[in-house]
Design a protein around this ligand. Structure first.
Ligand code: N01
Length: 548
């Protein structure tokens, strides 16, 4: 049952933990905290659970990790009982799943819905040193509630701060505007409308073919073309599902050891060692299999420019073979970045959509949008009359949700100020000067380069084990050491520099947000390696952390 009922707000409540967000991360964190006997309040901005999958209801929204892998592994009963229907899960199916989890484990009673955390302040000044508030966080919500918490755990998500571009005249548009990341809860019917879609990342690539089915005219405003691989989505057969379930534990364990937390076919061969004819066969085989598995065709695609270009050229050839108009195909074929260095898209009929006579593409790199006018969008060369505009313009990724909260650590230092030249963390889990503040899939962790649910489970388990160890040893504060943080940040940068990622202006680099420092935000060393590092640090008595 999908329910949005929230518990009554209680003022000035003392709790052990405040968790920010009730998506996949927040729910599993709550589950683990209850096992530790810690009182917890989860604050969730939405009216229901689900995070990304609660907000992203745009037509065509679907996960590009396969259903059998995009789910929790922590409960054998849960993973056995849930039945997926398609190879890639649709947004509403994932939302049903996460609601099922919330009900099955009776999680809702500790969640305050419709509640945004607006500030979290660590109390360490002399005035409160002797009081019960000492070394506690004061967390304030937009409902006027205040919590006194020992720990604050951010489960606020990497792609939750939706971003509208700053375009003059937006407020004057006479039609309707939508952002894919903040979609209305009642279905939008574009039948017979002239619709403009701005943005051709994963969200745009998914929604464009579906909106094209309804709209009388669809105009896509493209700044940068993206590489997209067909999903070949299909119904999931019961036998196929049962095969996974028969061996679920082993599959999950194997996935955790991979670089992306997904059971792709990771090649051990370098494209640079393989004759071109053989490479083409391998690319074709993977193209026909579908999905992001494509970029693992050879093990040097993310590190060797020539190898990358051979994989990219194969996709460009496919685009030219699919799109009838050669000039349009050329516009859709990316040439400005290495394949995979912007998050690869996975689509259903994306390139084919441009063969329809009512669909057109506007190259806003050549002729940028100058303003939104009451009747539509005006570029440097033309005005496009529209009834609706869909902004598929992405997110202030990884740090955006945290930036929107006033977080202050020791000596009143604001997290925003500490991170003004880019986020600095130890393992993506903590940042020095902010005791007892943990991040799930924080900057400097593998997070969005992986199957994020696998990364979430790894982080949540690490944090819960750390809190359990603190309980056992009677410690009340945990903090990352600045020296450990500096070493980790250097390591994150060093690993990224060995890849092609920093060669591209992407949201991985913070490049989509004007003024945002450009640093590689996630950890590119792979989830398997990262997990080993985290475990070694625990085995070495939490090297790089200090406890009190
Ligand atoms: O956002 P994006 P997204 N004027 O930032 C363009 C995950 N996800 O929501 O590249 C004009 O990728 C921008 O152009 P450019 C996934 O991790 C997963 O699509 O900056 N255009 C770009 O084309 C994904 O990577 C799934 O030049 C502007 C687009 O808008 C991440 O979310 C589905 C502009 C933004 O693309 C984000 O994807 C959906 C402006 N002012 C999302 N500003 C699945 O699992 C931006 N753009 C399948």
């Amino acid at each position: 049952m999908i329910s949005s009922a929230s518990v009554p707000a209680i003022k000035d409540r003392v709790v052990d933990v405040v968790v920010i967000g009730a998506g996949f991360a927040g729910l599993y964190m709550l589950y683990r905290l209850r096992q530790l006997g810690l009182t917890t309040r989860v604050c969730e901005a939405g009216k229901g659970v689900g995070g990304t999958w609660y907000w992203n209801r745009y037509p065509g929204a679907r996960c590009d990790v396969e259903s059998m892998q995009y789910s929790y592994s922590f409960s054998e009963a849960l993973q056995q009982e849930w039945q997926w229907t398609e190879r890639y899960p649709k947004q509403d199916e994932i939302l049903r799943y996460i609601n099922h989890v919330a009900d099955r484990f009776a999680l809702r009673s500790d969640i305050a819905f419709d509640t945004k955390v607006i500030s979290a302040v660590y109390n360490d000044d002399a005035a409160v040193a002797a009081s019960a508030d000492s070394h506690r966080w004061t967390v304030t919500t937009d409902q006027g509630e205040t919590f006194k918490a020992h720990y604050v755990i951010s489960a606020a998500g990497c792609l939750s701060a939706a971003r509208m571009p700053e375009l003059p005249g937006l407020e004057n548009f006479k039609g309707k505007c939508y952002h894919t990341g903040n979609w209305p809860h009642t279905p939008v019917d574009f039948t017979g409308q002239r619709v403009g879609v701005v943005g051709t990342g994963s969200s745009g690539v998914q929604t464009i073919p579906v909106i094209a089915e309804q709209a009388s005219e669809l105009v896509v405003f493209q700044r940068t073309p993206n590489f997209s691989i067909p999903a070949w989505n299909r119904p999931l057969k019961d036998e196929e599902q049962q095969l996974w379930k028969d061996d679920y534990t082993a599959h999950r364990e194997k996935a955790r050891q991979t670089r992306s937390g997904i059971l792709y076919e990771y090649s051990t061969r370098a494209a640079s060692d393989v004759p071109d004819a053989e490479r083409q066969l391998e690319y074709e085989r993977r193209w026909l299999r579908g999905g992001a598995n494509y970029t693992h065709a050879f093990n040097d695609i993310y590190t060797n420019r020539d190898s990358n270009d051979s994989a990219a050229q194969f996709v460009r050839n496919k685009i030219h073979a699919t799109v009838a108009d050669p000039a349009l195909a050329a516009l859709l074929a990316p040439t400005d970045h290495a394949i995979g260095t912007k998050r690869i898209c996975v689509d259903t009929n994306y390139y084919q959509t441009y063969n329809q006579s009512h669909v057109s593409l506007v190259d806003i790199r050549a002729s940028p949008i100058e303003e939104i006018v009451p009747e539509g969008i005006r570029t440097g060369t033309a005005t496009y009359a529209l009834d609706s505009i869909v902004f598929a313009t992405g997110y202030d990724a990884i740090t955006g949700a945290l930036d929107r909260i006033d977080i202050r650590g020791k000596d009143g230092i604001a997290l925003k100020d500490k991170w003004s030249d880019g986020p600095r963390t130890y393992l993506g889990l903590m940042t020095a000067g902010f005791p007892n503040l943990f991040f799930i899939t924080g900057p400097g962790s593998p997070s969005i380069l992986t199957n994020v649910i696998v990364s979430i489970e790894q982080h949540v388990n690490w944090i819960a084990d750390c809190l359990a160890s603190m309980q056992e040893k009677n410690f009340s504060t945990a903090e990352a050491l600045l020296s450990a943080e500096n070493e980790w940040v250097a390591h994150v940068n060093e690993v990224a520099a060995k890849t092609l990622f920093p060669t591209t202006k992407s949201w991985f680099m913070g490049a989509n947000i004007p003024g945002k420092p450009q640093v590689f935000l996630p950890y590119a060393g792979g989830l398997g390696n990262y997990t080993v590092i985290c475990e070694e640090i625990v085995a070495a008595s939490y090297r790089g952390f200090t406890f009190d």
